[in-house]
Design a protein around this ligand. Sequence first.
Ligand code: NAP
Ligand code: FE
Length: 369
Amino acid sequence: MNKFSFFMPTKMVFGPDVVREAGAGLALGKKALIVTGRSSARRSGALDDVLSVLPGEYVVFDQVENNPSVETVIEGGKVAKEEGCDYVLAIGGGSPLDAAKVMAVLAVNDAHPLQLYQDGWQNRALPIVAIPTTAGTGSEVTQYAVLTIAEEQTKKGLGGPDLFPQVAYLDPKYTESLPLDVTIDTAVDALSHLVESYLSQRATEASELPALQGIALWGTTIPALRKKVIDREARAALLLASSLGGIAIAQTGTALVHALGYSLTYYDGLPHGRANGVCMPAYLEYTKTVAPERVDTILELLELPSLAAFGGLMHELFAGIGGTLQLSAETIEHYVTKAMLTKNIKNSLGDPSAEDLARILSRGSDPRS
Ligand code: NAP
Ligand code: FE
């Protein structure tokens, strides 16, 4: 066995009604900055549950947009400071969870978010409680926060050990109000974390355990995803698989799929998980040439007979919600150039070249493939 370290300091509490059952224990301080998107915290029932048991004071910041911007986190950090909040409680998909993490830093550090990427930060972020309402990003158990950086025309991840939430409350019922397209997009994001982590240069014996377990669990939801009728059991499996993906990427980071996907979201508006799903079949074909046994393990765990069946599954899941793209050769070159600048590329097995990435992206954007 090789040397490794494994750090995942978040306490996970999983199951029905865990928020209400936490009672006064939900509070990590005297005054919470509650961070949410515009509607999901209310629609999912999570905000009502929180407010029914939370002791102490709170202020709600409910203006986080999808793929959160620098301006939004500055705004939220200002509210936390002015209101004297001493912890952050995030409810929502990856967007509010990630934004809340950066607000927790800005609440106690006088810095512009872009400086955080350059120089890090001095004072430890406020403690964070995370309550996911999507089953996709795993942000509730990672040290990452992804922001949209308009100046660089891309999305970029920020990381720090104090960005791991202190506690994550996972109740699958909060994902029941998700529209079908968001359920599928986020499920595919979870799968891409599990797969990219297992196929990472940085994978270790310890990071592979949650990754493999998560892939197998995700596989049990394929019949429900195909039927597009996602029952409670499948939602619970997806939520746990998503957290297992988070635990895995917290150790390894993501790889080339995320690096390419960021441009598909920034320029073409594809939701994050769908952007990954578009690239994944060709990514697995590429990786099969450098690590065939690993790709075969993934297919076995998903109970899919071949890579063609994997491609067929992605096609089927996105049918009707828009999973095809047509990119010109210039656009592909532009996205590849941007992706080659990211750290994620170095995590990918086989040291992919710009030509490899261009092949993956052009397959992904070919509606016949
Ligand atoms: P999201 O952007 O947080 O949410 C997508 C949409 O779903 C929003 O319109 C949201 O509404 C809605 N929604 C969320 N939960 C709902 C519910 N229970 N019922 C009804 N509607 C609901 O989507 P996401 O895929 O979870 O997060 C994507 C972001 O996470 C991206 O920025 C991505 O880069 C990042 N990410 C982070 C990590 C990490 O480790 N930190 C990993 C992967 C991805 P509202 O407008 O009300 O919010
Ligand atoms: Fe992701």
